[in-house]
Write a protein that binds this ligand. Structure first.
Ligand code: OOB
Length: 617
């Protein structure tokens, strides 16, 4: 059993993930924003500190901090045994169940990268993610909401040769279950002689030590936690010294722990995107931990907080704003709702005394309507965060009265920047703005088409950079040159106004994307699928206003001469290509020609306007 770690893979990953220039990184470190700790360190430390306290509630399962840490440890050993190594990518498509945490913390500890897919993604998206990230493994639930992910995985594995393993939370079918893997891991960890092996492997290089150590630890259970705490504190001290954190400690200490650097990329998050193929967002341990640590301060998350994840937990909003990771950081309790419907969520809020949760605007509308009718016990709920898409001031103004809690608007992006209204802001600000940047270190510019700053209060595109906003997408050199300014600002594609206090109001969008109630659709991606149909000559996808979702999508189609196709046929065709349901156009319109801009491009603005004038169909 050799687990040689390939230094080349590490160098390649560094190349594929643009990161902060050295001077900025040093600044963020010396200011204490980046603490020099990894997500793995965090869990180990919290297990030592909070032990038997409940970390995650998921259906009938209640996992304590120690149990979570221990299970993640067993899985770490199991994954290593399977051959998962540092820098390997693993597509994680998990519904809201506790295994999400054991899996991602096991991967963090190895230094392998979860690639976060959403539960609604289907063959088209997953195949692409696996191919593009050259994923070694794919983690799924068995079934959810009547969908069998194992069937999807079988198809993906058939089509993506690099994909060696499919791991299943629940009934594995033809694959391997996480439970079996953890058992195997526990076996390795407990086996005598693991130490000897450790010695042998240690000689092979720093990274191999990680694998052995994880195995040894898995057998130790909560005992490892105390050591972890020491290391966590050592890391914090190191910050004051050299500033590199993980490198401190004597040889002995290093041998005991996976050598994952806090400045390494921890995972790849999926971008909403506006181009043909989805982009992957590399987030480091340092930057991500800063983002949820700071979010905790703003959102008042403490060890008494009970955070309910109603949205899919892998999305950046419930994951880190401050979300489930912020909650674990603080030693609070996470409650996983299988579904965000009032039927599922309201009883959970009452039973678990949930204090804070996050929703996209359409769900907030559904909750308000249901609450007005049913008068559920939401007395524990202090804060309702709403974000992901524009929340109308009209609806925002009703939250307090109808749900009896404080509203917090959240305007964020997986690329980094997150804006929050503050809990003590005046009602007028909370209702009418999307908040202000969470950090004084966030740099924000509002610019016109020529990148010139607009006058204060005027609408322009928001550009941003800072200690938790990426400097480039994974393996996307050409795209990065356009999506970032030469001095490293990310072009959000959002049209905003910023007032004198720095509060942001989202006013529209410059990017070619549809925001369907928080679900982002890259127009070009859907257009490319439509163009693959033999009868389609040209296609343009645009947003149409919708009272409930904010926006829905409409595809304008020009058919080839002599060819015929109906709307329903085209939708069936898209589904057949494995496109997930929310990307299937809500409406399809046939036309003879597209209106053009004065530079001869398709005018999506004119197409959107066509949808507003009932005479044009
Ligand atoms: C969140 O992240 P993403 O990556 O799914 O989407 C980001 C985009 C933004 O660029 C903006 O276009 C839109 O979603 N958006 C909003 C918004 N929040 C996000 N537009 C208007 N009002 C809002 N409140 O959606 C996300 C990530 C972290 C926290 C919250 C949301």
């Amino acid at each position: 059993m050799t687990r040689h770690f390939n230094e080349q893979a590490y160098a390649q990953l560094k190349k594929d993930c643009p990161t902060w220039p050295a001077d900025k990184a040093a600044e963020y470190r010396s200011a204490g924003l980046w603490e020099g700790l990894t997500l793995g360190d965090m869990l180990a430390d919290r297990a030592a500190r909070f032990g038997e306290k409940v970390a995650v509630v998921s259906g009938e399962t209640r996992l304590s901090y120690s149990a979570l840490y221990e299970q993640a440890g067993k899985l770490t050993a199991g994954l290593l045994q399977l051959g998962v190594q540092p820098t390997d990518r693993v597509v994680v498509q998990m519904t809201n169940r506790y295994e999400f945490f054991t899996v991602i913390f096991a991967l963090f500890r190895i230094g392998a990268l979860p690639v976060f897919a959403l539960p609604l993604h289907r063959l088209s998206e997953i195949r692409y993610l696996c191919e593009f990230s050259e994923a070694k493994a794919y983690v799924i639930p068995d079934t959810d909401a009547g969908f069998d992910y194992r069937g999807l995985a079988a198809q993906v594995q058939e089509q993506v040769p690099t994909l060696k393993h499919v791991l299943v939370a629940g009934e594995p079918g033809a694959f391997l279950s996480l439970e079996q893997l953890a058992e195997a891991g526990a076996g390795v960890g407990a086996r005598e002689g693991a130490g000897a092996e450790a010695g042998a492997e240690a000689r092979e290089g720093a990274w191999t030590k990680a694998s052995v150590e994880a195995g040894a630890e898995a057998g130790e259970g909560a005992g490892g936690g105390a050591r972890a705490k020491a290391r966590f504190e050592a890391g914090a001290e190191a910050r004051e010294g050299a500033g590199t954190g993980v490198e401190v400690g004597d040889q002995q200490e290093q041998l005991r722990w996976p050598l994952v650097n806090s400045s390494d990329v921890a995972f790849l998050q999926l971008s909403g995107g506006s181009t043909g193929l989805p982009k992957l967002i590399p987030r480091t341990h340092d930057d991500y931990m800063y983002s949820f640590r700071r979010s905790n301060e703003i959102c008042g998350i403490t060890e008494r907080s009970v955070y309910m994840a109603a949205l899919p937990v892998a999305h950046n909003f419930p994951l880190s704003s401050p979300g489930v990771l912020g909650t674990l950081y603080a030693g609070g309790t996470i409650v996983l709702a299988a579904r965000p419907s009032p039927d599922d969520a309201f009883p959970l809020i009452a039973k678990e005394r949930v204090t804070i949760t996050a929703l996209v605007p359409p769900l907030a509308l559904v909750w308000m309507e249901a609450a007005a009718q049913r008068r559920p016990d939401l007395s524990s709920l202090q804060v309702l965060q709403v974000g992901g898409a524009k929340f109308s001031a009209e609806a925002a103004g009703r939250v307090r009265q109808v749900l009896g809690c404080q509203l917090q608007q959240v305007y964020g992006m997986a690329e980094g920047l997150v804006n929050y209204t503050r809990l003590d802001d005046a009602e007028e600000i909370i209702v009418n703005t999307q908040g202000r940047p969470m950090s004084d270190w966030d740099e924000v510019r509002v610019v016109d088409e020529n990148d010139a700053e607009v006058a204060p209060g005027e609408v322009g595109e928001l550009l941003t950079r800072g200690p938790y906003t990426i400097r480039g997408y994974y393996k996307a050199e050409a795209h990065n040159a356009k999506a970032f300014t030469s001095d490293g600002f990310y072009r959000t594609g959002d049209l905003v106004k910023v007032d004198e206090q720095g509060y942001v109001t989202v006013d529209g969008r410059a990017k070619d994307q549809i925001n369907r109630g928080g679900d982002k659709i890259a127009a070009e991606e859907v257009e490319n699928h439509l163009l693959a149909h033999p009868a389609v000559f040209d296609a343009a996808l645009v947003a149409m206003p919708d009272a409930f979702l904010g926006e829905r999508s409409c595809a304008f189609i020009i058919l080839r001469e002599g060819a015929a196709a109906t709307g329903p046929e085209l939708k069936t065709f898209l589904r057949g290509r494995g496109l997930s349901a929310y990307k299937i156009p809500d409406r399809i319109e046939f036309t003879d020609a597209f209106p053009q801009t004065n530079v001869g491009k398709v005018s999506k603005k004119a197409l959107r306007e066509r949808l507003l004038t009932p005479t044009n169909s």
